[in-house]
Write a protein that binds this ligand. Structure first.
Ligand code: SF4
Length: 694
């Protein structure tokens, strides 16, 4: 970071990387950011931060940033820089023509979990009210959509149950399918502090993540399950809890549907769900499974934290519901120190989901078929809404290939790199008549675009982000947008060019509209958010000061719902051609596909994605650390450098997906969660063979 002199002013804002949502003081000298200082009064971080939030903001001024709009008639032509007026006119003409010729359902869009609540809300409004269809989706489709489905089925709301501070009262912490040290570092430090104070830790993960054994922290149990067997592990734990009489019957009788509980209890009590019977499936020693289940049920306050290792599976939604079942059966819901807590990946993935980014839901998770909810929006927006749910991302791509879907507006999302089965994504985009990409950089998806609209960074806009604990926090404009517009303004330009007639002049007006139309946000205002008041939704008449902990006196849905979750093996099987299972994850210094972190000084900390392989599997293939290996699956292949390590079990390999050169998603298949289409990134049958390099 270049020293450029003493700061002259400071503005409190929120980190734009992960779902922890750390608060920072952006210290400025003129229009230049001097440094980001973690804010001691930040409610999510209490003055702490990780390297990304503190140092990885250089991308905001990177030379790769595109600040002038560009258009082209076809993707084999070069880009042509044009005025904003011409670019918006060009895009609007295409949208209007396609709508006239093919109807509104030929149009759609994708909101961004990197953008603010206000920007996300406007994109889905543009698609529903301007385009006239519900073909809106978001990157949560490929990460936490099973959380939305699973928690809404069981508890009645699509969000984590606790605030971060609640971990201070946990006695047993269960981490499943998450690697907080790398993915959510500031919260991981809180968790480690509690563990050092004596809380017990259970890690359920195929890989020996840092938490299993790090300075002064050692897991009581690490259950290194076979990738794809989460539901079997959780069912075996439930079997122990039910058959050994460890159910909190008073809680279940009072708070949950008793008949559904009994159905579930009968199911899990079956001998074929015992740890001993399922050991062959899970590869977890039955004794460890039994001991872990006993510890969770009897060790005091039990808090479960989970990540994409739970959701990105063909049984992602079932796994979320299996976790909820365990928490309800043991009474670990509704007070500090307990709960079911998804560790959200992106800074505003919770907010993007809350704002109506799914094709079947309006903001606040109200189904589009709900006539009362629709009527509220229709009266406010002055349009009739389509009552049918729209298409999800993979279905939009399928429909494009079939010829019925023609145009898409993608804000702040690189689906070619981040979505599964890259070839399918490319075919879908190539088949469209109009692809509008609204982003900071010419990303991989932009290779298929006809219109490129330059985006603005989190430093160049006002608005709000909602973090993993449902905390609504301010994002403040500390410098003028390099492209001249905040992202919500660009969406408004496009909306007005197709006849919407919007006239927002500040993000606060959009937040006021969100509050007017969304019962969980009805008490939220720009004044309250920017005053530093802690606000975790729901913030409304029933909870005027917000809700750090949910389901305190009763579940949002009424009675908690036990759902029978039967383990169904993934279609992705190993065999002679593809004998190993690949699973994927992240590293601390990089972020997702690396569009931002690779354009900052911290890219030197992590130069490439590597393939972790167990010593036995490496030896069998003649591979050593530093060699190149070809990684091939049924979907595709790539080349990676090898790291030999016993962090992974024999038969399992692991890599990250931060660098476009390696494109790990070329290898992942199009298998997906049965309920939400969330891709099965975490289980791919692969072969690894020596290679001379890319
Ligand atoms: Fe930003 Fe997350 Fe790091 Fe906090 S923990 S500084 S929110 S990346």
């Amino acid at each position: 970071v270049k020293e450029i002199g003493k700061p002259e002013r400071a503005v409190v804002t929120t980190c734009a990387y992960c779902g922890v949502g750390c608060s920072f003081r952006a210290e400025m000298r003129g229009q230049q950011l001097v440094r980001m200082v973690p804010w001691k009064d930040g409610k999510a971080n209490h003055g702490h931060s990780c390297v990304k939030g503190r140092f990885a903001w250089g991308y905001a001024n990177h030379k790769d940033r595109i600040t002038r709009p560009m258009i082209r008639e076809s993707i084999d032509q070069p880009w042509r820089e044009v005025s904003w007026e011409e670019a918006i006119g060009f895009a609007a003409a295409k949208i209007t023509k396609i709508k006239a010729e093919h109807g509104p359902r030929a149009l759609g869009g994708i909101t961004s979990s990197r953008c603010t609540n206000e920007e996300t809300f406007l994109v889905q409004k543009l698609i529903r009210a301007g385009f006239g269809a519900n073909n809106v989706d978001t990157c949560a489709r490929v990460c936490h959509s099973p959380t939305g489905y699973g928690l809404s089925q069981t508890f009645g709301t699509s969000a984590g149950t606790q605030d971060f501070d609640s971990v201070e009262d946990a006695d047993v912490i269960v981490v499943i399918g998450a690697n907080p040290t790398d993915g959510h570092p500031v919260f991981a430090s809180r968790m480690k502090k509690r563990l050092r104070e004596g809380a017990k830790l259970i890690v359920i993960d195929p890989r020996r993540i840092d938490l299993v054994r790090s300075p002064h922290v050692e897991a009581a149990y690490h259950l290194p399950l076979q990738p794809g067997t989460n539901v079997a592990v959780l069912t075996a734990m439930a079997h122990v809890i039910v058959t050994e009489g460890l159910v909190n019957e008073a809680f279940v009788r009072e708070r949950c549907d008793w008949d559904e509980f009994q159905d579930w209890a009968r199911f899990v009590a079956d001998e074929k769900h015992s740890p001993e019977f399922l050991e062959a499936v899970t590869k977890v020693p039955a004794a460890d499974l039994r001991a872990a289940a006993r510890l969770y049920a009897t060790g005091g306050n039990g808090a479960i934290y989970y990540g994409l290792g739970v959701t990105e599976h063909s049984q992602g939604s079932s796994t979320v519901m299996a976790i909820a079942n365990l928490a309800m059966a043991t009474g670990n819901i509704g007070r500090r120190g307990v709960g079911v807590n998804p560790l959200r990946g992106q800074n505003n993935v919770q907010g993007a989901c809350d704002m109506g980014s799914f094709p079947h839901e309006l903001s606040g998770y109200r189904h589009i078929s709900n006539a009362d909810a629709r009527a509220l929006f229709e009266a406010d927006w002055g349009v009739k809404l389509d009552p049918e749910p729209g298409l999800r991302i993979p279905n939009m791509l399928d429909a494009a290939i079939d010829g019925s879907f023609k145009a898409i507006y993608i804000q702040g999302e690189d689906i070619l790199q981040s979505d599964p089965d890259t070839h399918h994504v490319a075919s879908g985009l190539a088949a469209m008549e109009c692809v509008i990409v609204h982003d900071l950089f010419l990303n991989e998806t932009a290779n298929y675009a006809h219109v490129f609209l330059p985006g603005s960074t989190f430093l160049e806009k006002d608005g709000t982000f909602t973090n993993a604990e449902r905390r609504i926090q301010p994002v403040r404009k500390v410098m003028e947008p390099a492209n001249g517009y905040e992202d919500w303004q660009v969406t408004q330009l496009l909306a007005n060019a197709i006849g919407c007639g919007w006239n927002y002049t500040h993000a606060s007006q959009i937040l006021a509209e969100i509050a007017r139309l969304t019962p969980t946000f009805s008490g939220v205002s720009w004044e309250r958010v920017t005053s530093g008041e802690p606000l975790q939704w729901p913030v409304n008449e029933k909870a005027p000061k917000g809700s750090p902990i949910m389901h305190v006196d009763g579940f949002v849905r009424g009675k908690g719902k036990f759902v029978v979750t039967e383990y169904v093996p993934t279609d992705e099987r190993t065999g002679p051609r593809f004998p190993l299972l690949l699973t994927t994850g992240r590293i601390l210094s990089q972020y997702n596909v690396g569009a931002q972190t690779r354009r900052t000084a911290n890219s030197v900390w992590h130069q490439e994605d590597v393939l972790e392989i167990h010593p036995t599997d490496a030896e069998n293939r003649g591979l050593k650390t530093g060699d190149f290996a070809r990684l091939a699956s049924r979907a595709g292949e790539t080349t990676l450098r090898v790291l030999v390590t016993d962090r992974v079990a024999p038969g399992v390999v692991y890599t990250t997906f931060h660098h476009p050169a390696t494109q790990a998603n070329v290898v992942t298949t199009d298998n997906s969660d049965w309920a939400t289409n969330c891709p099965e990134y975490k289980v791919t049958a692969v072969q690894v063979t020596p290679s001379n390099g890319p």
